[in-house]
Design a protein around this ligand. Structure first.
Ligand code: GLU
Length: 307
């Protein structure tokens, strides 16, 4: 597998403010940062506050403070999805004009009930030909993108060649939600495209969403970034570290120790003393020694990390 070298490199870290950063988030931040810096690239920070019901009070501040304490330096101002709605609206209206969008009344519950066993349930296209977009109605509705029944392939720098038929596997996917919020798939695609991101380095839990994002970017006439999906960190029960699975917030003490954990998790072998140094010294070592090809594909269990 050859690495793509698109210059100038622009990477990003895009946390959702659903809670404080934990070791799993640190792995994504570290991998994307080192990959950007090793390409003499820029690294942007984007707060993905597109889903207010899932936001935790104080999370944005805590994320920024933690990244600072861990020595991450982002380029340009922090961007917030909550301030970018005009861009999302513009994309929706372009898609609407080209008849790529349709309105849908189906709730998640109804789709799951009519398609038991599919996880996540594939949208069967119930409203595809109903022309609800032009109907005056107070019933909540989502907006879906019409997809084509063809395979889309991309080369993930860690996972290799991925081929995905969105129509068959997901069905027409949601860009605007029934509850009135923009969908993550829309916001992330528009932002990556509009911010000129050349490579997305993020957790493997998002691998399945990638084809939809590439497809959407292509529908809007953009060039999709390259992708590298890092293995996720699982807790001792094999569940992905997250706020819901009880992940501990990153401590403010001894950041180099946590950074060393994250780096060893990404297949590198920092020398034992590196856990005790300053963050500046940690970053110096990490930038000199980072190699994406050392990153493993398999998830790792948190108990496998040195204490
Ligand atoms: N906002 C997403 C999260 O915190 C990450 C999205 C991405 O990197 O594309 O899980």
């Amino acid at each position: 597998m050859t690495e793509q070298h698109r210059l100038p490199y622009i990477g990003r870290f895009a946390p959702s403010p659903t809670g404080p950063l934990h070791l799993g988030s640190l792995v994504a931040a570290l991998g994307s940062y080192l990959q950007a810096r090793s390409h003499q690239g820029r690294w942007r920070l984007r707060i993905e506050d597109v889903d207010p019901p899932r936001e935790a009070p104080g999370a944005v501040r805590s994320i920024l403070k933690t990244l600072e304490a861990y020595g991450f330096e982002w380029d340009g101002p922090v961007t917030y999805q909550s301030q970018r709605h005009a861009l999302y609206e513009d994309a929706l209206s372009r898609l609407r004009d080209r008849n790529c969008l349709y309105a849908c009344h189906c709730s998640r519950k109804i789709i799951a009930e009519t398609h038991p066993g599919d996880e996540p349930p594939r949208y069967p296209g119930t409203c595809r030909n109903k022309d609800l977009l032009h109907e005056q109605s107070t019933t909540p509705r989502s907006l879906r993108l019409r997809t084509e029944d063809t395979a889309l392939s991309f080369n993930d720098l860690i996972e290799g060649l991925i081929s995905h038929n969105i129509y068959q596997e997901n069905g027409d996917f949601i860009l605007f939600r029934r509850d009135g919020f923009y969908a993550y798939a829309l916001a992330v695609s528009i932002d990556d495209m509009q911010q000129g991101i050349t490579e997305v380095v993020r957790g493997n839990d998002l691998l399945d969403t990638t084809a939809c994002q590439i497809y959407l970017i292509q529908q809007l006439g953009g060039t999709a970034p390259g992708y590298a999906h890092l293995p996720v960190v699982n807790n001792t029960e094999g569940k992905k570290l997250s706020k819901q699975s009880g992940a501990q917030p990153l401590p403010f003490t001894r950041p180099a120790k946590q950074l060393c954990h994250a780096l060893s998790f990404l297949g590198h072998s920092p020398p034992p003393g590196l856990a005790e140094v300053t963050v500046a010294e940690f970053w110096q070592w990490a930038r000199q020694n980072w190699q994406l090809k050392q990153v493993p594909t398999k998830p790792i269990n948190i108990s496998a990390l040195p204490v």
